[in-house]
Design a protein around this ligand. Structure first.
Ligand code: ARG
Length: 464
C-alpha cells in the first residue's frame, strides 16, 4: 500500500533510504505491546465518542487477528513496513478496510513508540527482578551450607584475615539486593503513560489520557506532552542499573576464575559449566565465568551508546531517538542470560575445604586478631600493631609461625607479652570471635542470612 504520508510527496523513497530508515528489524520485538497500546487507545476513543462503539469493536477484533498472525509467523514484516507501528496499522487497514484508518486519531508514532517501549521494559524489569531473586535464593542456600567453612579473606589479593565462605556469599547478596532495589525504583519512576501526548503538543480532540494509562496498567499519564515523546532517561536508568549489576556479576565471575586456578584450587566448577581445550587434553576451563566477566563490556557499551545518542538533542522528537532500542534490547538479553547462567554455575560449584586449608599457613592470617587480643589487655592498638609487626618479622627470620615463637622471642619483642598472653590464636577461634554487627563469625553470618530471607520473603509478597 502507499505510504502513510504520500500526500505531500512526489517521489518514492529511495531503496537505500528505506533500509537505513527502517526500525522494523528490531522493533517488531514489541508487537504485543504495540497492539495492547492500540487496543487501549481505541477503547478510549470509543468511550469518548471520538469513534463509534462499533468502529472500536471492529478495530479491536482486527488487531487481535493481526496479533495471532504475527505470533503464528504468518505475517512477516519487511523494510517496506518501516516500523512495527506502521506494519500493524497497514495490516489492520488491509484487514478491516477504511475504518482501520481511524485508529491513529489523537496519537502519533512519537508517543506510540514510547508506550511500546515502556510496556516492554516494565515487563522485562519484572522478569529480571524475578531472576535476581532466584539468584539470591541460591546464594542464601549456599551461604547456609558454608556458614561455618573458613577461607582466606583477601585485600590487594594478599592474605588478610580468615573469613567464612558464607560471609562472602552474603557480601554478594547485598550487592544483588541493591540491584533489585534500584530496578524497583526505576520501575516506579517510569510507570507513567505517554499515550496521547501525540507528536509533541497534545491534541484538540477530547481524549482521556488517564483512561488509557489505567487500561495499560500505568500508575498515571505523563505530565507534559513534549517531555513524554523526548524522554529516554528511564531507558538510561535501566541501562545504568544493568551496568552496575553486570559489574557485580563480573566481580564474582573474576573470583571464580582465580578460585578455580591451580594456584588457588578453592573450588570445583561442575563439568557441565566448563569447557575443554581442543589441544590440551587436561584442560577444564572456567569459560562461563570468563564470558560473564566479558559480557559486562557490551552492557557498558549499551549505556554509553544511548547516553551519546541523547546528548545535545533538542526538544522534541528527533529521529536519533529511534536508536534507543537495539542497545536496550541487547542489555535486557545479556543481563537476563547472565543472571541465570551465574545462578546455575553457583549452584553447581563446591568449595574444596581441604585445599583451602593449605593456604592458612601462609600470610599470618591471624595477625590482626593477636593485635586486637593485646588491645583487650590494655595495650594501645597502635602499639599492639607494632608488636605484632615485629612478631611477623621474627617469624620470617626463623621461618616459623606465631605459635612457634618462644617466650624468649616474645619477651625480646615486648616485655608485656608471653605465649600465654597470646590466647587462642587458632584460625577457627579468630573467625568465631568476629561477632561485631556485619562481621564474619558464623553466628553473625546466620543472622545476616535470616535478615536476607526476611527481605526476600517481603519482595516475593510484592508479586513481581
Ligand atoms: N520508528 C520510530 C522510532 O522508533 C517511531 C517514531 C517515528 N516518528 C517520526 N516522527 N519519524 O523512533
Amino acid at each position: 500500500m502507499a505510504s502513510f504520508w504520500g500526500g505531500r510527496f512526489e517521489k518514492e523513497m529511495d531503496e537505500l533510504v528505506k533500509q537505513f530508515n527502517a526500525s522494523i528489524g528490531f522493533d517488531q520485538r514489541m508487537y504485543n505491546e504495540d497492539i495492547d497500546g492500540s487496543i487501549a487507545h481505541v477503547t478510549m476513543l470509543g468511550e469518548q465518542g471520538i469513534v463509534s462503539m462499533e468502529e472500536k469493536d471492529q478495530i479491536i477484533a482486527g488487531l487481535e487477528k493481526i496479533r495471532q498472525r504475527i505470533t503464528s509467523g504468518e505475517i512477516v514484516f519487511s523494510v517496506n513496513d518501516e516500523d512495527i507501528h506502521m506494519g500493524i496499522e497497514s495490516r489492520l487497514i488491509q484487514e478491516i478496510g477504511d475504518v482501520g484508518k481511524k485508529l491513529h486519531t489523537a496519537r502519533s508514532r512519537n508517543d506510540q513508540c514510547q508506550v511500546d517501549l515502556r510496556l516492554y521494559l516494565k515487563k522485562e524489569i519484572r522478569e529480571i527482578i524475578r531472576r535476581l531473586m532466584e539468584l539470591e535464593t541460591v546464594i542464601l542456600a549456599k551461604a547456609e551450607k558454608y556458614a561455618d567453612s573458613i577461607t582466606v579473606g583477601f585485600t590487594h589479593i594478599q592474605h588478610a584475615q580468615p573469613i567464612t565462605i558464607g560471609f562472602i556469599f552474603m557480601a554478594y547478596f547485598q550487592m544483588f539486593r541493591r540491584d533489585i532495589d534500584r530496578l524497583m525504583d526505576t520501575y516506579e519512576r517510569m510507570d507513567l503513560c505517554p499515550l496521547g501526548a501525540c507528536a509533541l503538543a497534545g491534541t484538540t480532540l477530547p481524549t482521556n489520557r488517564a483512561r488509557t494509562a489505567e487500561l495499560l496498567g500505568f500508575a498515571a499519564p505523563t505530565e507534559n506532552a513534549m517531555d513524554s515523546v523526548s524522554d529516554r532517561d528511564y531507558s538510561l536508568e535501566f541501562l545504568s542499573d544493568a551496568s552496575i549489576s553486570m559489574m557485580h556479576l563480573s566481580r564474582w565471575a573474576e573470583e571464580f576464575v582465580w578460585w578455580n586456578s591451580q594456584e588457588f584450587g578453592f573450588i570445583d566448577i561442575d563439568d557441565s559449566y566448563c569447557t575443554g581445550s581442543s589441544i590440551m587434553p587436561q584442560k577444564k576451563n572456567p569459560d562461563m565465568a570468563e564470558l560473564l566477566r566479558g559480557k559486562v563490556g557490551r552492557v557498558y557499551g549499551d549505556l554509553m551508546q544511548l547516553l551519546t545518542v541523547m546528548k545535545g538533542t533538542p526538544l522534541a522528537y528527533n529521529k536519533d531517538f529511534q536508536e534507543d532500542k537495539e542497545s536496550l534490547f541487547d542489555a535486557v538479553d545479556t543481563w537476563k542470560a547472565s543472571i541465570r547462567i551465574f545462578a546455575n554455575m553457583l549452584e553447581k560449584t563446591e568449595f574444596r575445604l581441604d585445599r583451602i586449608q593449605r593456604h592458612f599457613q601462609q600470610g599470618f592470617l591471624n595477625a590482626t586478631d593477636i593485635a586486637e587480643h593485646f588491645a583487650k589487655q590494655g595495650i594501645p592498638f597502635r602499639e599492639a600493631h607494632s608488636i605484632v609487626g615485629r612478631m611477623v618479622k621474627a617469624c620470617e627470620h626463623k621461618g616459623c609461625d606465631f605459635g612457634d615463637l618462644t617466650d624468649e622471642d616474645l619477651q625480646a619483642i615486648d616485655s608485656r607479652i608471653t605465649r600465654e598472653t597470646l590466647g587462642d590464636i587458632s584460625i577457627k577461634a579468630c573467625v568465631d570471635a568476629r561477632m561485631s554487627y556485619g562481621g564474619t563469625a558464623p553466628s553473625e553470618v546466620r543472622r545476616q542470612i535470616q535478615a536476607g530471607r526476611d527481605w526476600l520473603t517481603g519482595v516475593e509478597a510484592m508479586k513481581w
